[in-house]
Write a new protein. Sequence first.
Length: 426
Amino acid sequence: MSDPGRGRRLLIRDLAQLATPTGADAPVRGPALGAVDVVDEAYVLCEDGRIASFGPMRALDSALGKSDDELVELDGRTLSAIPGLVDCHTHACFAGDRVDEFELRAAGASYEELHAAGGGILSTVRATRSAGEAALANAVRRHRGWMRRAGTTTFEAKSGYGLDRETELASLRAIREAGGIATWLGAHAVPPEFADADEYLDFALAEVLPEAARLADAADVFLEEGAFDVEQARRYLTACREAGLELRLHGDQFTEQGAIPLAIELGARSVDHLEATGDEGIRRLAESDVVGVLLPASALFLDRPMPPARALVEAGAAVAIATDFNPGSSFCESLPLVSSLAVTQLRLTPAQALSACTVNAASVLGVADEVGRIASGYRADIVLLDAPDWRYFAYHLGGDLVAAVIEGGEVAWSRSEERSEPERRR
Ligand code: NIG
Ligand code: FE
């Protein structure tokens, strides 16, 4: 990752509270998942795009110690600070929308019926294929701006709405250009020009994988009835692993098809969704190194059962939470809103929700030594909340609570017109 803030010093002072996941391990599970350090009346000092120090205001004088050259101060009164949020599962590269289907679902059509009738994912594939690379790059940048205003400073995004060589590779490039970590979702759906999933995979693995492996960090597959079965998923993921990609799976969204055993067998980084996971899957995931990524906005948006988060956490699984931002099953880019759902629907504590969308999400993306904590040496990515208590990030349901977003020690976004906007002193 680059250090855009090189050479600058930024001091955020007089924060009402600062909260960060405890320790240095990643991913965290068990009691560590809910362990958050909270500092009242706090400061954070950023230097060269990194966190130099943080602590109580009374310790600030000794922390400053050097010349004040290039010191910019933000007044944090009434603000609380948490680490920049990490969205480890989005489909932010798409054109068009599915607002018509949204209305049809309200009238009773199911997500699977729309998909089987050639709508759903395939309707976004048509729009994305005809958009062109420049429009796709604009779309990802626009979506990235929405995420940033909600406090996301690191995001992953998947391809998967191209499903041809040109559009899949253009999608991966657009994601990288917008600063995202790219995942090749080459096995999202079977496009209509192929007779079946096997024939499509022959093409994707021969024609797209070699270049996708240079652009993406990981590969992902939709393992589900009507998409790819377990043998097809194994074939796809094995080839992707041999090409050097990390592995992710969309699994147990509607039905259990063996995603958790396959993820463990292949050493995947994560298995995502888990709304349909039963007791055996919970036990196996908890005993493994695979992170379970929970997507409660998707369950809410499709009016599905929530994933068994409490049981997973109590069994000792490492869990992350993410938006699943996409036009069909979760048109939601806000990790604070997802954190509200994590507390109210998944029954995580605010501290567990914070770890799940910072350090554990960073672990899924392989960047947990850089981001996900406010700790000395980490990238200076910080969210300033318009709140006297850090737990407002989950408590303020759908609230406009992000006052400013710091990325690499620079103010990347601030709600300037609002009363509580941080005041620049120099
Ligand atoms: O994670 N389930 C598969 N893929 C996405 C939805 C994509 C879409 O509906 O466009 C998901 O929910
Ligand atoms: Fe998804």
